[in-house]
Every structure is written in C-alpha cells, then in structure tokens.
Design a protein around this ligand. Structure first.
Ligand SMILES: Nc1ncnc2c1ncn2[C@@H]1O[C@H](COP(=O)(O)OP(=O)(O)OP(=O)(O)O)[C@@H](O)[C@H]1O
Length: 971
C-alpha cells in the first residue's frame, strides 16, 4: 500500500471516545478502507500552548513514532500525524475494550489467571519499551487500554523519557527527572531524589500487580501528600479488600510484589529477574502467540472477583464479560447553584503532571528536601514553544508509517516473532506485508483531490467554525480542540416563539432572565408525563447505595446498576407514575392508580440535586434520567413505550425533560435574584403550586385506549399538517380539566388559523415541506446544507454539543442564556410520538426533524385529554411553553461568581465550606462522570439517521442494556 499524506478529510469522524487534559479522542473510519477503525486524538493547538503542554505532546509524538516501528502488540500504534490550522491529529490504533482500569473497576479484582496474563503482557511490553531506551514514567491501569479481544495496549507516552542507557535491564538511575506521573504510582526515587530509571516503571508495574489482586493501588492516602508519605515509608498491606476472601492472593505474588516495591532501586527486581520469578514458571517468554492472546480468548472462566456492585447478581459468565466493557455513558448534567465563589473553570480532566508536581514540591518542602524542580535537562522541548514551532517542529506533515488497510497486526495470527521477540520491520514486510515504517513520498495532488471527492461534504474545520458557531459556544469551547468535521452545516434557528400565559396567572410579576429577554412563562406545569420512577434511598451501610458506592456515582456504577436492575427499573413491575415539573422547581409524582395522592419528590433548584443523563432519549424512550439528592436518594426515571401507555398524559413535548429542568432552574434563579432572602415566600409559593397542581390533577382524564398503528405516510402528513393555530388542543386554564376533542387530531388547520407569528411560521412550514421533498442524500453536495435538520451529527456539532452540555452546567449557576445554546444544539424541541408513528427510514426521520424544527405550535386555549396516538401527535405541538428565544449572536459572559464544577460534592463543599473525609472519593467519582459530560447526549445521535453515526448509535441505544459489549466487541 502506497504511503500517503493524510488529513482530517481522509477520515470519517464518529463519536468521541475519551478526553485527556489536552485532547479529545474520536473514533474514526478510514475513508479508503471503511472497515479500518482508528482512534484519532485531536489536540487543540491553542489549548496546548495556553496550558503549556507542547512538551508533552512532542514527547508523545516522538515516542510513539519510535515505538511504532516494531508493531509491538502491547503498544498503541501511531499510524499518522498531521495538523491543520487549529488542531494536531494523532491517528492511533482503536482500543475498543476501553481502559484496563474500567475493567478492573467492573471486576473489583482480577483472579490469578487474569492477573498473570495481564502482568505477562505488561512485562513483555515494558521489555520492548525499555529496549528502545524509553521509560514510560506514567504507567498505571488508566494508561493501559484493551483491544476488542482484551489484549492490552500501553498508551499515553506524554511523560516518557528517552535515555541513552546501555544496559536496558538495569534499575540504575538514568537521569535527573522532572516530576511526572500519578501520585499512587510514582516511585520513591522520584519523590526522594528527583530521579528516575527503568526501575521507576517496574515500581509502577509492582503497584499494578498489587492492584490486580487487591482492587486498589497499594499506596493511597487521603491526599497526595499522604500518598507520598506512604510510598517512601513502604506503608501498604495486603488483604484489605473486603469483598475478596482473605489470603486469596497467592504468597508467591505477595513475595514478587514485595521484591518489586523496594525503595532502593538497586535492590528492586529488574524485568529479566521478574521473568525468572517462580510465578512465571509456566510462561514461555518467547511464545509471543500465547502471551498475546486476548483475555477474552484465553479464559472461559470468570477472571475476576465480583465486587459489591454486582454481587447480588449471578448472571452467566458471558453476559458478565459483556458487561465488563463499559460503553454506556452517563452524562452529568448537574448544575451547581449560584453564589459559589469559585471562578476558575475546571479542566475536563485534572492535569496530573502539574498537579502531582506541585504536590511533590509541597511534600518535599515539608520534609526539607530540595525543591529545585528545574532539573529537567533531559527534556528538550521548550515549554514556551509558540504556534509556529508547533506547526513546524512538533507536528506533523506526514504519516508515521505506510499503512496496510488490512486488519491490524494485533491479532494473534499477525504477531510475528523470530524467537527472540518481534521481527524487524523488513522481516515483517517480507513475511506478510504488515505495516512498518518507511519514508513516504509526498502525496500527489490527485491523491488529495480524490480524498476530497470522497469526503461527503467535508467542510474544513476553519470554514465550519466561521460559518456555524455562535460566539457563545466558541467562547465556551475555546480551549477544546475544535472538532474535525465531515458533514453539513446547521440550518438557522427558528424564530423565537411567544410563551403561553394563563390569564389567572397574569397578575404575577413576569420572571425575566438577567441575560436573556424572553418572558418566562407563568404556566404552572412545565412538563408532565408518564414515567417509571425507581427510587433508591441512601444508606450509610450499603449494599445498594452505601457511602462508598454512592459517593462514586460514575459511569461504571450506573452501567453496572442499570445492567443488574434493568427489569426492575423499567418494566411492568414498576408502576407508571405521572411526573410533573412545576415552574417553581417542584418535581411531583403521582401514582396513577391514586391520582390524588401527589408526592413531592424533589425541588429542581435544590443545590444538592444532581442530574445525570444516562443514554436518555425522549424520542426513543430509552435510557434514564437520573436525579440524585446528595446523600438522600437517587431516582432513575425512564419513559414507557407508547405501547405501554397507549395515550399520554404529556404536555410540553416540545422540550425535553432536561431542557425543562434547566429552564426551571433559570426561573428559580431569577426568583432568587428578585427576592433573595424571602425563602418563606418561596416556600409558600411552592406550597401554593403544590395545591394548585393537586387540584388540577384530580381532574385529569386518562384515556386508556390502545394506540392504533399509523402508516408512515400518515405520520409525515400529521407532522407537516400539524396546526399552529391552537384551535385543536387547548388547555383549560380555569377548570384544570384536560380533555381532547375526539377526531381533532387530523386537523390541517395550517391554512385556517394563524398563530401569533403565523406568517413566519407558515412560510417556514412551506419551506420545510419543500425542503423535505427536495432533499437528497446526506453529504451529496452543499446545496443540501440548508435542508438539514436541526441536529446534524457531525463531529463539529458533537463538539458544540459538548459545549452545550457545558453551558447547561453554566446556565443554572449563572442564570445565563445557556438554554439558548442547549436548544440550538443539544436538545431541539422534542416531538414524542407514539411508537407506531415512528418511522425508521432516513427520509421519514428527516421529515420528522424538519417538521419538528420548523413547526411553530401555538398556545392552547381549550382543554385537552388523552386520546389516540393521533391525538397525542397533535398534543405534542399544541401545548406547553415554548423554549426561550434563541440568541445565536449573543456572546456568553460568565458571571464572576459562577462555578463550573462537575462534582456535586465540591459544590456542596464549597457552599458549606467544610471538609469531610469523603471529599476525595466524591471528587474522583465526579471527575469520572465529568469526563462523560463531555460526550454528547445520545439523543443527538439517534435523531439523525442520515449519518452513519446515527445509525450506529441508534442501534446501541435501542439495545441499551441487553448487549452492552456490542459496540466494543462487534467491530
Ligand atoms: N487509542 C485509543 N483507543 C481507544 N480509546 C482511547 C485511545 N486513546 C485514548 N483513548 C481514550 O481517550 C481518553 C483520552 O485519552 P488521551 O490520551 O487523550 O488522554 P489521557 O491519557 O487519558 O489523559 P492525559 O493525556 O491528559 O493524561 C482515554 O482515557 C481513553 O479512554
């Protein structure tokens, strides 16, 4: 395969799969070989410079470059590097199995077989890395990824050090070093002497072996300083794992770890010595085929000890395997409340190097050790490197290696050895043509052109950013890598819609946002619908949500929980409830059988409330909205399918629950602004609203008639013909009675009555229809750009969607106009349709989204009630408050007193200004969740089947909890 010069245009960027402190990693397909999947690490140049990361990016690039030569299966391979105006790109092996740490968290601990297998692979990999004169310096389970077969791949060489040591199997101190690494795995020589060696990696290996058996690293203090103290004092012990039976760790392993975790590097075992250890007596270190079998290939038994999270379950091994690989996403949509005085925006991920460094300085100061940290001669890159240097010196004008677009050499069959290790590249080439490094010629213009032709509406990031992104979003996402893009631009936003105001509420003073002008509605019920609510109380001593697990609400916990309790969470066993969100923030529920028995659940404005979106999609009725009142309760909220409820007690389906939450929080903030210290009056207002709602709900009529399947054509007609007039379904403001006139849903009143802004709406509607009919396949040419639905699933927009998530966090805290952003990108008005109306073809969905975007529902003025599915579809657009107007050009200005934090604990802690021992735990859980925050909400993907991404995501979402490994194993 001829080598070539690459650019972002050569790849189809899919979902982001992770975030580092200076990068976002995307899954991507090679356009020239669509079966080939890569992980592309995208680093924003400006962010790298701003954060002083140039050095680490350069090291990573150079090291991976060097290590890519031998195709060692234990190292994430770098295939290409390139850059454009904004970003640097690393095209890497895609490790679909995720991080080893996640697997370990899932498992609790590994059994001896797995531990040994992983250790053997680590040793083989480290041997190779050291043989190249490289010290990794940040080895830990987080930096070890797994491929689809469970074969490990070491990654993250940003802290690596290249030495000239002749003896590669020596723990002799090689150099003075900068302080890098992660507290728990940092070696004592680095702490005490500011020096490192190959032995430093071996120290980390020892920590990892310990962790495989015990479930946690050997040295972990309440904070980094305490951790350091433990490290130099060799203060660790075995059998601390309460889940695991005592003495399960074989003495031979304990002895091995003891010989590795030795402070004096001269006494510490070297890799060769480790290989000779009795624990590896059955290992043939030359048998690379066996060594490099994936963990899923070698073991048929469970290779792990279940932890408490799943101990109640005894599912089959294979399903357990599948659940081991996390691929569901928990999105934190938590918003801290205002009046918190942290102003600095938290980074997506803590910058471990600098954090650890400052801790070490502090620690060394305490001990009276020299704190001269500038002894870093071995690192050659100037931290002050400017953008030109990045362009010219650092990155990256061509491929690392020529690429064979065949399946990767990471399968056992492809691992070629010469008995001593890996075949030299030439040998490999001769043997089977697998990739190896070679100088590549500059691609020809025609090559480049051809890739452009293949690019399906690819718009270079620079173009796209200038044409699509409102400044507010840019300002929020300025420090993140801008996303490579491949598809289309977004259509302009619909015009602002008036908000409904009920007459009897007009006396109340209107709530006006500080940052935006919409008159917020005084409609009492913001959102209402049938849901399943699963409530888990907090209990100090577990097992469900005990202090330990509760404090670590992260992706893993929720994934496990949902997998384990799927049936209980959303099934006929779980009775449907009516959930009501009031404008005062009250979230109430009502058991449908006892409709008058309304329960107060929580207040959305509560500072101790966190909200998570776990693959939640209102259109598809998948996933969960998770609400958590800190140390009180967790609620899993999910939506029933239309088959279950046949009709729907749903109002305001134009806005998602999440958007409604945000809007209500915004309202509450405004109220707080207006009357900061009259909590009493707020309480009485809450009470009053509760009473009003209770009275209203007493009169709700629920029509239990079964839904009638409706052909897809009808669906389209119903969408486009939905009346903006409001004549069909209107809410009763006086009686509180909700009823829908029969047969009212087939109205085509678009032409018979006009909404407030009817002319505009009408023209949009027409325009939607014509676009809908004239639209061609996605990506065929730019003329389609304007005909795309509101959500367009491009990496760029996923990026802005990320920003959108972030801005959600901002909004409630700051009373900003973030709902504007949300509405534009993350959550356009949702139309909830009966399942029978849902059409899965691209065209139909496209029509749906176009109609959805352009349709301008009026206020209702007449009562409505549940009816047939068609009734519902009309209800959807004819009721409830509209979203605030959009202000795409308004620049977002964060208020000074705003906090952006992922951690519910941190928020609470900041509020109460107290310290408690569980802070660390809570923060780490939150930071894991915060990582997930950066991912787009699954709904964005599902909505647009026009892109390949959407169909893939859709599949996943549909099958949310049955086959959680599908995405990882099915490639
Ligand atoms: N080759 C890959 N295949 C699959 N996922 C990957 C790959 N590389 C990275 N990831 C995922 O993306 C996340 C971010 O990776 P990245 O290397 O950018 O940052 P990091 O190493 O986690 O953080 P930092 O570089 O700040 O230490 C990782 O945590 C990992 O889950």
């Amino acid at each position: 395969m001829a080598s070539r010069k690459c650019s972002a245009k050569d790849f189809i960027f899919k979902e982001d799969i992770g975030h580092g402190s200076y990068s976002t990693v995307y899954k991507a397909y090679d356009k020239r070989n669509i079966k080939k999947i890569y992980a592309i690490k995208v680093c924003s140049k400006s962010h790298i410079i701003k954060e002083g990361k140039v050095k680490y990016v350069t090291i990573e690039k150079n090291t991976l470059n060097l290590l890519a030569k031998a195709n060692h299966p234990g190292i994430v391979k770098l295939y290409y590097t390139f850059h454009d105006e904004q970003n640097l790109y690393f095209v890497l092996d895609f490790a679909s199995g995720g991080e080893l740490l996640s697997l370990l968290h899932k498992c609790g601990t590994f059994n001896e077989n797995w531990s040994k297998h992983f250790t053997v692979q680590l040793i083989d990999t480290l041997s190779y890395i050291h043989s190249q004169g490289i010290i990794h310096r940040d080895l830990k389970p987080e930096n070890v990824l797994l491929d689809k077969d469970g074969r490990l791949m070491v990654t993250d060489f940003g802290a690596a050090l290249t030495t000239n040591m002749a003896n590669k199997d020596s723990n002799e101190i090689t150099s003075s070093s900068s302080f890098v690494g992660t507290a728990e795995y940092v070696s004592p020589e680095l702490l005490l002497y500011n020096q490192c060696s190959y032995g430093s990696d071996i120290w980390a290996l020892g920590c990892m072996i310990y962790q495989f058996f015990e479930g946690h690293p050997p040295f972990r203090g309440e904070n980094e300083l305490k951790t350091f103290e433990k490290i130099v004092a060799l203060d660790y012990s075995w059998h601390n794992n309460k889940i695991k039976p005592k003495n399960e760790t074989p003495p031979v392993v304990i002895d091995l770890v003891r010989r590795i975790l030795i402070v004096d590097t001269r006494e510490r075992l070297t890799l060769n010595m480790i290989k000779q250890n009795v624990w590896f007596n059955n290992i043939n270190w030359d048998d690379k085929i066996n060594i490099w079998k994936g963990i899923w290939q070698v073991q048929s038994d469970e290779g792990f000890t279940r932890n408490s999270r799943s101990s109640s379950q005894s599912n089959s091994t294979s399903s357990s395997y599948h659940r081991m690989i996390p691929n569901r996403q928990l999105h934190v949509i938590d918003t801290p409340v205002k009046n918190i005085t942290i102003t600095k925006q938290k980074r997506k991920k803590p910058t471990k190097v600098s954090n650890t460094t400052s801790s070490i300085v502090e620690w060394r100061k305490k001990l009276g050790i020299s704190t001269n940290m500038n002894n870093n001669k071995s690192q050659s890159v100037d931290m002050t490197t400017d953008i030109d240097n990045i362009n010219n010196d650092l990155i990256m004008t061509d491929r690392i290696s020529s690429v064979n677009h065949n399946p990767q050499p990471t399968t056992t069959n492809n691992i070629l050895t010469n008995g001593n290790g890996y075949l030299p590249p030439q040998e490999i080439k001769k043997s089977n043509g697998l990739p190896y490094v070679k100088e590549a010629s500059t691609p020809t213009r025609s090559n480049r052109n051809s890739s452009v032709t293949m690019s399906n509406n690819f718009i270079p990031p620079t173009k796209l950013s200038s044409s699509t992104t409102p400044s507010s979003r840019q300002s929020l996402s300025s420090s993140k890598p801008s996303t490579p893009t491949q598809t289309r631009m977004k259509t302009p936003s619909p015009p602002p819609q008036p908000l409904p105001v009920l007459k009897h509420q007009q006396k109340k003073s209107p709530q006006v946002s500080k940052y935006s002008t919409p008159k917020l509605t005084t409609l009492n019920i913001f959102k209402q619908g049938y849901v399943y609510i699963h409530e888990i109380p907090y209990k100090l001593n577990g097992p469900g949500m005990s202090l330990t697990s509760y404090n670590k609400i992260d992706n893993d916990l929720i994934t496990t929980f949902v997998a384990d309790h799927h049936n209980g969470l959303r099934s006929s066993k779980c009775p449907l409830k009516t959930l009501i969100l009031k404008k005062n923030g009250s979230l109430l529920y009502n058991n449908n059988s006892t409709i008058d028995n309304e329960q107060f659940m929580v207040n959305i404005g509560d500072s101790e409330l966190s909200v998570y979106d776990f693959e939640f999609d209102e259109l598809e009725k998948t996933g969960f909205l998770i609400l958590e009142k800190y140390k009180h309760k967790i609620w899993f909220i999910s939506l029933p399918s239309k088959q279950v409820i046949s009709g729907g007690l749903e109002i305001n389906n134009k806005e998602t629950w999440v958007d409604c939450f945000f809007r209500v929080r915004q309202l509450i903030e405004n109220q707080m602004d207006q009357n900061d210290d009259n909590s009493e009056s707020r309480n009485s207002s809450v009470k009053k609203d509760l009473e009003t709602t209770a009275a209203k709900l007493n009169n709700v009529t629920i029509n239990e008639s079964k839904s009638t399947p409706v052909p897809s054509e009808t669906f389209h007609t119903a969408q486009t013909a939905r009346s903006p007039s409001g004549s069909t379904h209107t809410s009763s403001k006086n009686s509180g009675k909700i009823s829908v006139p029969k047969n009212s849903t087939t109205t085509t009143s678009t032409t018979t009555s006009k909404p407030n802004n009817s002319s505009k709406t009408h023209s949009n509607l027409n325009s939607a229809t014509s676009r809908s009919t004239s639209s061609s396949k996605p990506g065929s040419n730019t003329s389609n750009i304007n005909s795309q639905p509101l959500h367009i699933n491009t990496p760029k927009q996923r990026q802005t969607s990320t920003s959108s998530n972030k801005s959600r966090s901002v909004s409630a805290a700051s009373n900003s106009n973030s709902s504007t952003t949300n509405h534009q990108h993350g959550s356009s008005p949702q139309i909830t349709l009966p399942t029978t109306l849902r059409v899965n073809t691209n065209t139909a969905n496209k029509s749906l989204h176009e109609s959805k975007r352009l349709f301008s529902p009026p206020l209702r003025s007449k009562p409505f009630s549940m009816g047939s599915p068609l009734d519902m579809s009309n209800l959807v657009n004819s009721n409830g408050p509209t979203s605030p107007p959009l202000y795409p050009t308004k620049k977002y200005n964060a208020p000074k007193d705003m906090v952006i934090s992922s951690s519910r604990y941190e928020v609470i802690h900041t509020l109460s200004n107290q310290h408690s021992p569980d802070q660390t735990v809570a923060s780490s859980g939150a930071s894991a969740a915060f990582k997930s925050l950066q991912r787009k909400r699954s709904g964005n993907e599902i909505k647009f089947p026009n892109t390949t991404t959407s169909s893939i995501s859709k599949d996943n979402s549909k099958d949310n909890f049955k086959d959680s490994s599908k995405d990882n194993n099915g490639k």
